[in-house]
Design a protein around this ligand. Sequence first.
Ligand code: ADP
Length: 161
Amino acid sequence: MLRTVICPGSFDPVTNGHLDILERTSVLFDRIIVAVGGNPYKEPLFSIAERIQMIREATRHLSNVEVEAFEGLTVNYAKEKGAIAILRGLRVNSDFEYEFMMASMNRKLEPKIENIFMMTSNAYAYLSSSAVKEVASLGGDVTDLVPEHVAVKLNEKFTKI
Ligand code: ADP
């Protein structure tokens, strides 16, 4: 049986923290689907198509990673894709409460799909797409925080605004 996992998120844009989680997940599962969706609480900088393109480029070396857009309930999407689990990354303490609530809700909606969590690597514990956007918008250097092509896209975005 092929073991498929869904990694949902907004990825606006993909960071080295996301990539660390995807690289580590790619050796644990046969097929990883990065599911790029909107977050009702966050106004996006990049379109879904731009975000997908940036993740595809960043994960080209991972042959079992696919990237798709999704909307609606994550559990429904996971079921549709035949996934056995939904994986989320955990960083600082503040992630925990929200993720715990979401996992409990997902489990209630679909008990057959497991919700699993991967701890961030220390280097990325305080790295978020929001922080990257804030630094880039103020002209700061984000080259150690995101893949090179993402830094270029951020620069383009903020010099146009
Ligand atoms: P969302 O808006 O759904 O939280 P994000 O793009 O912010 O989407 O995050 C997608 C997933 O990646 C989440 O599981 C999040 O916890 C995880 N993630 C984000 N940044 C990091 C990081 N620096 N280290 C580990 N996991 C991360």
